[in-house]
Design a protein. Structure first.
Lengths: 225, 546, 292
């Protein structure tokens, strides 16, 4: 178990940088099937690292339950028509509960929603995409919670980033390794969806930030979560 | 053998000026069945939580609590977790996992027991509580009663020596609640399990109890054998209204001898009176000619291939009437309110509200100065941080309300007691200025004092011209306050009438007083009816003074 | 003996992972066709003729990929058509067909996977890795069911207050946030009670064990050994390049060697294992019935 706080924070950043670096390097170096294996393995690995990391961390029972409550709420967000608040809920939970919880909530939302829409080889990828969004939101948590405009811009970026990450998957899924043409085609066809993500994030972050802060704040004070 | 002893316990919540618990001392012997009663806010829950160290509230504490002779602080975590069981009020909140079998195993998993031990114990407990039939089900599919049995079973699986229950039947209907009480009694008899139970539905609990503890304002004011404790309650109206009907008759008559608790004892008690006059005169009730709500041949079902929930329902409620709908679970009571308020659409049939078809109310005009609906779980209406904001949200001015909320303005809605939450929710729907108010189980989980307070508010509203339709399981409430009652069975009304006649005609689905007096009196339904008749008749062997 | 669908989650997971990895990381027409046949038969065997829509959808996708690939990728030497000055090659079309078949097999495989690997089975597997996470997931699933129910109810009652509308998109979003706000307080409060109920039952007092209703039987052992064995053989053949296929510039399957053939055969056996297990079980049952 890692007790040292600074060490753990450092590890957090290092692992994040490592993930991004590996994606970039591998896409530059490999041009065929191997790239697929590398990034697929990577997605799985990210999940495993955090899963085991979470196991070792000493988390209070209440905090643990709150994480599953937030995951369930993010899942319930799928009930909304057209614009879905799911990502906004993940971002806000991460902002108020920290980056580890953010990763957990994000990646869990991905696995669990797939129980309803179908598991597939894309599951680890979605876990990574939503998990990383949650994780990063947690890192900037303090700044994001103070300024609403910043939060909204961040939400838009997240919507676009999600599309960018998931289109890597679309490209791999078509089986030709790293192919910029397919990637761009995928990005282009996904533009309407990307806009939908970005708008949904902006709108819901704008509207939900205050109730979210109030309600989680109350729980923190009253029950010491 | 002494199992629990509490000595000079004081407790104060952080930032509070007064003690929540004051100098509390009592003892429980092994095998005791103890009932703790008191008004909401008297400190019952706080006291019960102090006895289970894992969930004790934070604050300043003094005094000594010991379990089996060991001070609670020194008790090993494991021992405390297994030997003291705790069951809470809302069953769906205390269930942790999504499957029934997993919930039963949860506590044992926490103890790190082996797979074989767990299977064995889970099997045993499932047998004892009759859970086998729904062992593989998802928790979400269970009924309220099954959920509460499951929470009890998942605590019992850890083999506790003492079981603490905090208003376990508050969310259940009377029949399920009484089954649950019987299960507790069986545990107490079969295993000599010590039970400490807080409850405001005492009708079912007290006849089983060896001990009654009474709390008022954070103090323990009485502790002893139930018959004796109640007999000494004479001057405390707030407390008395929560006691079993038989005891209330005894107390109001100021009778001597042993205080009756159950219907059986109550009947014997009333048989001591001469009982020559068999009925009181009934006040004529004439309803208004105008219909507020009329439903004709209404059908409703949730899905094409599911059975009808409402099947040919005919219901008429007149203006300025307090109408109560009674009936078992799943008989279509709540659905009737949903259909009458337009949130669910009837499959066929005619629904008229104030003489106008419900479909001709366009653009939500139905919800403006016409119909309002109060849900069973009133928390479904709360979204703000304080009572003040809630009222502003509904554009409700506190001055126009028939009750006073001013003392609660800055509190969080979830920090209010059940009765206060009910009033706040009522305030929010009253902002719609309804002429027809539909209430779903308005008195569920309320203690008798809050019940009475709410009933007074409702009667005031009725007198000011609002028609009230309430769905309730509470026959005592309906018998006392309703103008007319109707009994639902399988999606339609099987009988209806004014409460006196309605309840004296029913032999099973009726009030405790009616069951107690049916051989002696022909229409005594409420405690005051019985008291009046007993007074008129006088005790055997005395001169009539009327 | 047990049929594959009632075997231990570990056995099932190992088979699925091995098969899925073999398909996904090979671009070989033989493997693709074998996988597709296996996955399709297994799915049909379990579901019968139901879900025609799903099948149509899947095959439409396959056709889509076969058509689109040559339009995007112009590699390959054998040009058979020129559209818009862009050459359409036979190699690219074949590549599309193979990758389409791979995708199709994976889709069918995961359909069956989702059916067999129910949430509690997956939770059990996850619990082997991290008991805490498994618990959090199990709770989240329960809450999801509960919150969905509650959200629908809240929505209806809010309509009756006249403060909630769904007339246009702005009202819908506003109303949505209103409902979310109600749900958030309710859910958090709910969570706190659940946490109390957990500590009251000794959560966090020591090391947790995981109780499960699954038993590891001899059938599992057999299945597991066979899966691992044939999976490993296929992998070695794959890694040593005995089962490679070059598409560009010209189609060429690596020369078929005995090692390659063993690879194909063992993959065939791997794919067919669950079907065999299901069929044997069916026959046994029929035999048993006819003997009563």
């Amino acid at each position: 178990m890692i007790h040292n706080q600074t060490f753990r924070t450092a590890l957090k950043y290092i692992s994040l940088i490592l993930i991004i670096a590996t994606v970039l390097v591998s896409s530059a170096l490999f041009s065929d099937k191997q790239y697929a294996s590398v990034s697929f393995a990577l997605a799985v690995m990210t999940c495993v690292i955090f899963v085991t990391g979470y196991e070792q961390k000493k988390t209070g029972t209440r905090r643990l339950v709150i994480s599953s409550v937030m995951t369930a709420l993010a899942m319930t967000g799928r009930l909304f028509p057209i614009l879905k608040p799911t990502t906004a809920i993940i971002i806000l939970s991460a902002v108020y509960l920290g980056s580890e919880s953010g990763f957990l909530i994000g990646s869990m939302t991905a696995v669990l929603s797939n129980f309803y829409i179908g598991q597939g080889p894309w599951t680890p990828f979605q876990m990574m995409a939503l998990g990383v969004i949650g994780f990063v939101s947690g890192i900037f948590g303090e700044r994001l919670s103070q300024k609403r405009s910043l939060l909204i811009i961040y939400g838009i970026i997240c919507g676009i980033a999600y599309s960018f990450i998931m289109d890597i998957w679309t490209m791999l899924w078509h089986g030709q390794g790293f192919d910029i043409k397919i990637y761009l085609t995928a990005l282009a066809t996904a533009v309407p969806v990307t806009i939908q993500y970005a708008v949904a994030n902006a709108v819901f972050l704008y509207l939900m930030a205050k109730p979210f802060g109030d309600k989680l704040g109350r729980i923190k004070v009253k029950y010491g979560v | 053998m002494e199992i629990l002893s509490v000595e000079h316990l004081n407790f104060r919540y952080p930032k509070s000026k007064t003690n929540a618990l004051n100098e509390i001392s009592f003892k429980l012997e092994q095998g005791d069945f103890a009932v703790l009663c008191g008004a909401t806010g008297s400190g019952k829950s706080t006291l019960l939580r102090m006895l289970k160290k894992e969930i004790s509230p934070l604050g300043e504490k003094s005094g000594e609590i010991s379990f089996c002779g060991i001070s609670l602080e020194k008790l090993a975590n494991r021992q405390s977790a297994t030997e003291i069981g705790f069951v809470m009020q809302r069953p769906e909140q205390q269930i942790v996992t999504d499957k029934v079998w997993h919930e039963l195993a949860f506590g044992l998993e926490n103890l790190g027991l082996s797979h074989e031990t767990i299977s064995c114990r889970v099997a045993e407990i499932a047998c004892y509580f009759g859970i086998e039939k729904w062992f593989d089900r998802e928790v979400a599919e269970l009924s309220g009663g099954q959920k509460q049995i499951l929470s009890l079973a998942s605590v019992m699986v850890m083999n506790p020596k003492m079981l603490i229950l905090d208003e376990p039947t508050a969310q259940l209907d009377p029949i399920t609640a009484s089954d649950f009480m019987n299960t507790l009694y069986r545990l107490n008899q079969d295993f000599s399990l010590t039970i400490l139970l807080s409850e405001h539905r005492l009708e079912d609990a007290l006849p089983h109890a060896d001990k009654l503890l009474v709390m008022e304002n954070g103090r323990l004011t009485a502790d002893g054998e139930p018959h004796k404790v109640i007999a000494e309650m004479r001057d405390n109206a707030e407390l008395i209204c929560g006691m079993p009907s038989a005891s209330r008759i005894y107390l109001e008559l100021g009778a001597k001898g042993e205080c009756p608790l159950s219907v059986r004892e109550g009947k014997r008690f009333i048989q001591q009176y001469k009982n020559e006059i068999r009925q009181t005169e009934i006040k004529e009730y004439t309803h208004s000619k105008n219909k507020a709500l009329e439903m004709k041949d209404v059908y409703f079902r949730y899905e094409r291939n599911l059975p009808d929930i409402l099947s040919g329902l005919d219901l008429t409620v007149y203006e300025k009437e307090f109408f109560c709908i009674l009936g078992g679970n799943g008989s279509g009571k709540t659905t009737t309110l949903s259909v009458a308020s337009g949130i669910k659409k009837a499959l066929s049939g005619k629904i008229e509200i104030f003489g106008k078809n419900i479909r001709s109310y366009k653009n939500q005009s139905l919800y403006r100065e016409c119909v309002a609906l109060l849900p069973q779980d009133v928390q479904m209406l709360f979204l703000c941080n304080t009572v003040r904001e809630e009222l502003e949200d509904a554009q409700c001015s506190a001055e126009t309300l028939p009750f006073d909320l001013s003392a609660l303005m800055e509190q969080h809605p979830y920090d209010l007691s059940g009765g206060e939450q009910q009033l706040l929710a009522l305030a929010k729907v009253l902002a719609q200025k309804p002429k027809l108010l539909l209430l779903d189980e308005p008195v569920k989980a309320l203690d008798s004092a809050s019940k009475r307070r709410l009933a007074e508010v409702l009667l005031k509203l009725r007198d000011s011209g609002v028609t009230i339709v309430a769905v309730t399981h509470d026959v005592e409430f309906a018998s006392e306050y309703a103008d007319r009652c109707a009994m639902f069975f399988r999606g339609k009304i099987v009988s209806q009438g004014e409460p006196k006649q309605f309840f004296s005609e029913n032999s099973f689905y009726t009030t405790a007083v009616s069951r107690m007096t049916r051989e002696m009196y022909s229409n005594a339904v409420t405690v005051s009816d019985a008291v009046k008749l007993c007074r008129i008749n006088g005790l055997k062997g005395t001169e009539n003074d009327t | 003996m047990k049929s594959f669908s009632s075997m231990h989650p570990i056995t099932q997971a190992v088979w699925f992972i091995l098969t899925a990895l073999c398909v996904m990381f090979s671009m070989n027409p033989i493997i693709a066709v074998v996988s597709f046949t296996g996955a399709f038969v297994l799915y049909i065997f379990r579901n019968g003729a139901k879900g025609l829509k799903t099948h149509l959808w899947f095959f439409a996708m396959w056709i889509g990929i076969v058509i689109i690939n040559p339009l995007i990728s112009h590699n390959g030497a054998t040009v058979f058509l020129v559209i818009n000055k862009q050459p359409i090659t036979m190699e690219s079309a074949v590549y599309g067909a193979v990758s389409g078949t791979v995708i199709l097999s994976v889709l069918y495989l995961f359909r069956t996977f989702s059916q067999i690997m129910t949430s509690d089975r997956l939770m059990y597997l996850c619990g082997k890795l991290s008991p805490k996470l498994s618990l959090v997931m199990s709770m989240a699933l329960r809450y999801t069911a509960l919150f969905t129910q509650q959200t629908r109810k809240v929505q209806q009652y809010q309509k009756a207050t006249g403060l909630y509308k769904e007339d246009n998109i702005i009202d819908t979003i506003r109303g949505g946030v209103r409902i979310f706000s109600i749900m958030l307080t309710w859910a958090l409060e709910h969570g706190i009670t659940t946490a109390d109920s957990m500590t009251a039952r000794g959560y966090g007092t020591g090391k947790r064990t995981q109780y499960a209703v699954y038993r590891f039987s001899s059938a599992d052992t057999v299945m597991l050994i066979l899966s691992v064995l044939f999976g490993a053989v296929t992998f070695t053949a794959q890694i040593s390049g005995k089962m490679n296929m070059e598409f560009y510039p010209k189609l060429s399957l690596t020369e078929i060697t005995p090692h390659g053939i063993t690879g194909y055969i063992s993959y065939g056996i791997l794919v067919i294992l669950p079907i065999v297990s299901e069929i044997t079980e069916n026959i046994k049952w029929k035999y048993y019935l006819s003997n009563i």
